[in-house]
Design a protein. Structure first.
Length: 325
């Protein structure tokens, strides 16, 4: 009788199959030490001002929300590109854009050029070969098919950042809350089992009050986790929640300035705030809660820490034959 066939060996095997871990297990001890010292594996966000407050952690599901048209999708692709620059491999399943549209957006964000030369565009595509994959979700987006692809990417190619954009379109209708929770639960299970970083995008409910001048800089409260549209139980399932909101009051004030129209006191106050607000109001372990201003770079289609910050391309290209519009 070998060791595994002994009574103690059979018990140990049975306990392992039941997923019962001894408290003194070496792997568990190492995992616990990472949590105690806040040294869990993961990737920083693109913004230096948030480095000490939050990073996406392997094994955690982060919900990213915001009102319609507030830049949620742009933000998560930016997070993916920055994670890749830190050594990650990413997958994006966009249920709102075709793969071609998504590639065009990523080229904008990676280069800072609205219309680069075809050679530069091809260079970007080749740069991200084997580092970034997009899921062709045209037609019905089947959660089983998407997650099977994710498992394959992780097992075979080592992908460890997965973006699902968005919850409402993952093979469910807007009012099918049970299906939305089930889909989010499946993504959470995948995230923890394979110890990857996952981001799930969702819409926020329409605000009760319009975001008029004066409401943003001093009184405005960006949407929280319980403002997420759809299944409220998803709020209890995810590990983290962040939201992104555009400073509409500042946009309106800037438009008036361009037309040489005097600003009110409340509009002047709105101009002092950032172009957007990023908020974190749920965390499982690492980091802190916050609401911080960010600034929009129209050249790169990215958010940045401060207004005068100069961003650099993620993908450089030595050929200077670049057509810029």
């Amino acid at each position: 009788m070998n060791e595994t066939e002994s009574p103690s060996g059979l018990v140990t095997t049975a306990l392992r199959e039941l997923k019962l871990i001894d408290f003194g297990d070496t792997g568990l001890t190492e995992d616990g030490w990472q949590f105690l010292t806040n040294k869990q594996e993961g990737y920083n966000l693109p913004w230096e001002s948030l480095r000490n407050d939050f990073k996406i952690i392997k094994g955690e599901l982060t919900l990213v929300s915001g009102y319609t048209g507030q830049g949620k999708s742009e933000m998560v692709t930016h997070i993916a590109l920055d994670a890749i620059s830190q050594g990650a491999k990413a997958m994006i399943a966009s249920l709102e854009m075709t793969p071609g549209q998504l590639q065009a957006r990523i080229t904008h964000q990676a280069t800072g050029i609205q219309l680069p030369s075809q050679e530069y565009h091809t260079h970007v595509s080749q740069f991200y070969r084997d580092k970034l994959r997009v899921f062709d979700t045209r037609g019905i987006a089947d959660i089983n098919e998407i997650l099977e692809g994710c498992r394959l990417l992780n097992n075979i190619f080592g992908h460890d950042v997965f973006i699902f954009d968005n919850l409402m379109m993952l093979d469910s209708s807007t009012d099918d809350y049970n299906k939305q929770f089930h889909n989010a639960q499946r993504i959470s299970e995948f995230t923890k089992k394979f110890k990857v970083c996952s981001l799930l995008v969702a819409h926020s409910k329409k605000p009760r009050e319009k975001l008029d001048a004066g409401k943003f800089s001093a009184d405005f409260n960006p949407p929280g986790i319980y403002d997420v549209m759809g299944a409220s139980s998803v709020a209890n399932l995810v590990d983290n929640h962040i939201s992104i909101t555009i400073n509409q009051a500042k946009l309106k004030a800037a438009s008036k300035l361009r037309r040489n129209i005097p600003l009110t006191d409340s509009e002047l106050k709105a101009m002092e705030f950032g172009d957007a607000a990023i908020k974190r109001d749920k965390k499982r372990e690492q980091g802190e809660y916050f609401t911080r201003p960010l600034y929009y770079d129209r050249k790169f289609h990215r958010l940045k820490d401060y207004e005068t910050q100069k961003l650099s391309p993620y993908v450089e290209y030595s050929n200077l034959n670049k057509k810029v519009l």
